[in-house]
Design a protein around this ligand. Structure first.
Ligand SMILES: Cc1cc2nc3c(=O)[nH]c(=O)nc-3n(C[C@H](O)[C@H](O)[C@H](O)COP(=O)(O)OP(=O)(O)OC[C@H]3O[C@@H](n4cnc5c(N)ncnc54)[C@H](O)[C@@H]3O)c2cc1C
Length: 397
């Protein structure tokens, strides 16, 4: 009988990596021959809730429930955690990883959960001092150490992350201008009507919003002094934050020859083109999409973890949704929230003061919607999409 334990190595201690580790640890509890788990991360410390990083910029200390597990949790679950360690290469033939300290590690099954990085365009001035982007706790610490009340910031990118960043800076007494290339805010999450309402709320905070204009260059000698827009205008700035989207971190996968598109291609079992390697989260691409959101990463991580132990779990595509709480408003948007224009849908619309609800259906089936202000029906709306309910069935919930 072969009593050798399966060694599962997970690269990445974020949402997907930890979800994989949790599911393997749970399976291990009831196994006669549990798998060995090694989790490797370039970041120090235990896994944390990345979406809380923006909030931390304006808080005195780390928000409550920032860390998802204590460091002891890893030991208790027999997970060997290699912190501040980078995997530099994967040799698929010998199933060996080379680490940044030049040591090597052999795996039986490998899970890539390397996440994504913020895209920084090759724009003049992008490398100047005080041009920042927010991805890690280290980035947040660095930003906290430089920002000072009374200064001016430009945020390039008016998506939810950029706006949330702007909102936190505003609360630190910094004047904020957000520059968005699209004609309106959140065009992927909101239709024109909801987007106009949302803009009103954002402007009420005192944030300056410029839409329909690009950024040509970041100006300054050593440190930032301003931003030059595509309309020729210049805005003064002490800090510039770039928040124009993420790119899947596929570096390791590409170098070892796995099949890629924008992300690492995976099947419904989260298996890559190599049967011994799984991928999950922001770095993976399933069925042509990668939403790069937290719930997708945890759901995929779980499937990858189960299958790495020899199980047979299948991933069901996440219905993308955004939930936002800040800027004195609450916002929930899910699915196709009117991307084709009102005339293409059956619509339920209700407005009562600051509360706004607009639900979109096609072929007698709810396909998406927006809730602003009171978002208490968000779970029901999610259910309507998951269960393919009609508008009237949703309204009766
Ligand atoms: C500021 C901010 C706010 C956000 N807000 C929201 C939100 O409100 N809602 C939402 O759904 N999503 C939000 N997101 C996105 C969400 O955080 C990500 O979708 C999620 O973190 C992806 O998880 P992941 O495990 O795939 O990758 P990550 O969390 O990025 O983890 C990747 C891990 O891989 C490690 N790694 C990478 N390469 C190597 C290597 N070569 N060797 C060793 N380790 C490596 C990294 O150190 C890291 O630990 C936000 C993201 C940010 C940055």
């Amino acid at each position: 009988m072969n009593s050798k334990k399966t060694h599962i190595v997970i690269i990445g201690n974020g949402a997907a990596g930890i979800s994989a580790a949790e599911s393997i640890a749970e399976i291990n509890h009831s196994e006669v021959s549990p798998s060995e788990i090694t989790l490797i991360s370039t970041e120090p410390g235990a896994v944390y809730y990345r979406p809380m990083l923006s909030e931390y910029l304006s808080e005195e200390s780390l928000p409550k429930r920032f860390y998802l597990h204590s460091i002891d949790w890893y030991t208790e679950n027999k997970i060997r955690l290699l912190q501040e360690t980078k995997v530099s290469s994967i040799d698929r033939e010998s199933k060996t990883l080379t680490l940044s300290d030049d040591t090597s590690l052999i795996y039986d099954k490998l899970i890539l959960a390397t996440g994504s990085y913020n895209f920084v365009p090759p724009m003049p001035g992008a490398a100047l001092k005080n041009v920042k982007n927010l991805r890690t706790l280290e980035d947040a610490e660095e930003i906290r150490s430089i920002i000072k009340a009374g200064k001016k910031a430009v945020v390039i990118g008016g998506g939810l992350l950029g706006l949330e960043l702007g909102w936190q800076l505003l609360q630190k007494g910094i004047s904020v201008t957000v520059v968005e290339m699209m004609e309106r805010l959140l065009p992927r999450q909101l239709d024109t009507e909801a987007s106009a309402l949302f803009l009103e709320k954002v402007l009420d905070t005192g944030m300056n919003i410029l839409t329909g204009v690009g950024t040509e260059a970041i100006l300054g000698e050593e440190a930032v002094s301003g931003v030059k827009l595509s309309n020729g205008e210049t805005i003064p700035a002490d800090y510039v934050f770039i928040s124009i989207g993420v790119r899947a971190d596929v570096g390791l996968a590409k170098a070892c020859g796995l099949n890629l598109n924008r992300g690492i291609l995976v099947d419904g079992r989260m298996c890559t083109s190599d049967p011994s390697i799984f991928a999950a989260g922001d770095c993976a691409e399933f069925d042509g999409v990668n939403y790069a959101i937290w719930p997708e990463a945890t759901a995929q991580g779980k499937v990858a973890g189960i299958n790495a132990t020899g199980g047979n779990a299948l991933y069901e595509q996440t219905i993308p949704f955004n939930i936002y709480h800040g800027m004195n408003l609450r916002l929930f948007s899910i699915g196709d929230a009117g991307s084709l224009g009102d005339s293409e849908y059956e619509i339920h619309r209700h407005r009562d003061g600051d509360n706004f609800e607009k639900i979109f259906a096609k072929n007698n089936q709810v396909v998406g919607g927006v809730l602003m202000g009171n978002i208490s029906r968000s779970a029901k709306l999610k259910k309507a999409l998951q269960s393919r309910l009609s508008l009237s069935e949703y309204l009766a919930l």
